[in-house]
Ligand binder design. Structure first.
Ligand code: AHR
Length: 497
């Protein structure tokens, strides 16, 4: 008898898995942009890093959010366009205070560099506007610079800067953490600001814009904040429904854990923290349901991932890349599938070098972290329909009275193939899992296993990065049951026809 069972109800569709649910976030902080995506040699701005480009281009990276984070609400986009030698150096209140740990912003990487990078790696750009210290005119001008095809000064400035065709940027964020670094606003204040910005950035009958913009409002992990914001934003004497397509929250976890000092109990606590993602999604979706009953507003997890106390850089933004983090990513991607009826996008923080990055660099090379392999392995879920799964799993009692369910999983289908992902969050023991497929009988199953030979907290670096790559594995198939052995701290995927 297996330790755990996952039943896949192939005909019970939860929702479509928007590819954007596997999205990413890159901010101007630490070595994410400079020395990450963009190469710098001393004071010389060299250009895109070929090695990072290659790694990101090799996976399905559907959407990339930029330029922040807190950075966005003190960023003025016009500083970052035009001839590079003429761009002003600036401080940024949050992440470029200068001079050493948080170096001043050179603005060498700006709107055109970001949008061209997105085109090259075939990803949808998502721009976060400055609400905290900016104004609606600045935000509307940014939309015009990026998206307008007519004969205006801003559209012509884009052409002069080398880009003839509009970029057609679809996703526009109205601020970031406006309850905190984005202006310390109350929900009501932010609702007022949101309506001002939405009027100029994205009103759909604005004749200038025949683009299908999607506007993203900043929410919070707390029901009350979201409820008050949504009530106020809807409170228009004209009965106008302001464009509001998505509401966001951020979920960082592991903030009390030092990776090098952690023991197995700490792993459990960390993973239980990561699983709280599910409650947060339900909280924000609950507020949308309660208040915005006539509107179709998606949930975006705008920033998420592990943020440990241990820093490997003076700025506190770099941390070891481990299998433990990768397990949390796998569990989160499963949770997003379970909530595919409401979740429209998520962005793990942050793509290169910072926090739970996928790719890390030194001066000479770039390498993939275990989390990179999870995203790659889970990519077949993108654009599928997520279907219901029920899991029976052993769980561990934690000292803080929570339970850690040890086996997680999710499934999706494109109509022909069913794709199943499984994670053993138990860093001590192996788990055998029977996957029962209801409504279909497997013809063939291709399985891969990640991290079977790795200790959960071995740090990945340039010399051992290839030890974390997925391996094909054997599974037993008997009728509609697939039996999988999951060593401690591993992830498996099953592609079933
Ligand atoms: O990702 C780092 C920071 O975390 C972002 O700037 C901010 O939005 C969040 O608090």
């Amino acid at each position: 008898m297996a330790d755990a069972e996952l039943t896949v109800h192939t005909e019970a569709v939860i929702g479509h898995v928007d590819p954007a649910v596997h999205g990413h976030f890159s901010e101007h902080l630490g070595r994410c942009i400079y020395d990450g995506i963009w190469r710098r040699d001393g004071d010389e701005e060299v250009g895109y890093r070929e090695d990072v480009f290659q790694l990101l281009n090799d996976i399905e990276l559907p959407v990339l959010r930029w330029p922040g984070g807190c950075f966005a609400d003190d960023y003025h986009w016009e500083d970052g366009i035009g001839p590079r030698e003429d761009r002003p150096r600036r401080r940024n209140l949050f992440w470029a205070q200068g001079p050493e740990e948080l170096p001043e912003e050179s603005n060498a990487f700006g709107t055109d560099e970001f949008l061209e990078f997105c085109e090259e790696i075939d990803t949808e750009p998502y721009l976060a506007t400055n609400v905290g210290s900016g104004d609606p005119q600045e935000a509307a001008d940014w939309v015009e610079y990026c998206n307008y095809d007519g004969d205006t000064e801003l559209a012509n400035r884009r052409r002069k800067n080398g880009r003839e065709e509009p970029y057609d940027v679809k996703y526009w964020g109205i601020g970031n953490e406006n309850w905190g670094c984005g202006g310390q606003m109350t929900p009501e204040q932010y609702a007022d600001e949101y309506r001002r910005f939405a009027t100029y950035v994205g009103t759909t009958d604005n004749l200038m814009l025949d683009h299908d913009l999607e506007l993203i409002a900043c929410g919070f992990e707390q029901h009350e904040w979201n409820r008050r914001f949504l009530e106020k934003v809807n409170d228009s004497p004209w009965g106008v429904e302001f464009p509001l397509d998505h509401l966001t929250f951020h979920h960082y976890y592991g903030r009390t854990m030092s990776v090098s000092e952690a023991d197995e109990d700490d792993y459990d606590t960390f993973l239980a923290d990561a699983l709280e993602m599910s409650d947060h999604i339900e909280t924000i979706a609950g507020a949308i349901d309660a208040v915005a009953t006539t509107r179709d507003i998606g949930v975006i997890v705008d920033e998420w991932g592990a943020w440990h106390v241990e820093a490997t850089a003076d700025n506190g933004l770099e941390q070891p890349g481990t299998v433990l983090d990768a397990l949390s990513a796998a569990a989160a991607l499963d949770i997003f599938n379970h909530h595919s009826d409401v979740v429209t996008m998520t962005n793990i923080a942050q793509t290169v070098n910072v926090l739970q990055c996928l790719v890390e660099t030194d001066d000479d090379e770039a390498w993939a972290r275990p989390t990179y392999h999870v995203f790659d392995a889970y990519a077949p879920h993108q654009d599928n329909d997520a279907v219901q799964t029920t899991v029976t799993t052993p769980s561990r009692d934690l000292e803080d009275d929570r339970d850690l369910p040890l086996v997680q999983g999710s499934a999706s289908t494109d109509g022909d193939e069913t794709f199943i992902s499984l994670t053993n969050l138990d860093c001590r023991e192996a788990q055998t899992v029977d996957v029962r497929v209801e409504g279909a009988t497997p013809d063939s199953v291709e399985a891969t296993l990640l991290f079977a030979d790795n200790d959960p907290k071995t740090e990945v670096g340039p010399d051992n990065a290839d030890e974390f790559e997925p391996e094909p594995t054997d599974v037993d198939v008997d009728g509609n049951t697939i039996s999988v052995d999951l060593p401690p701290a591993t992830v498996a995927t099953l592609e079933m026809t």
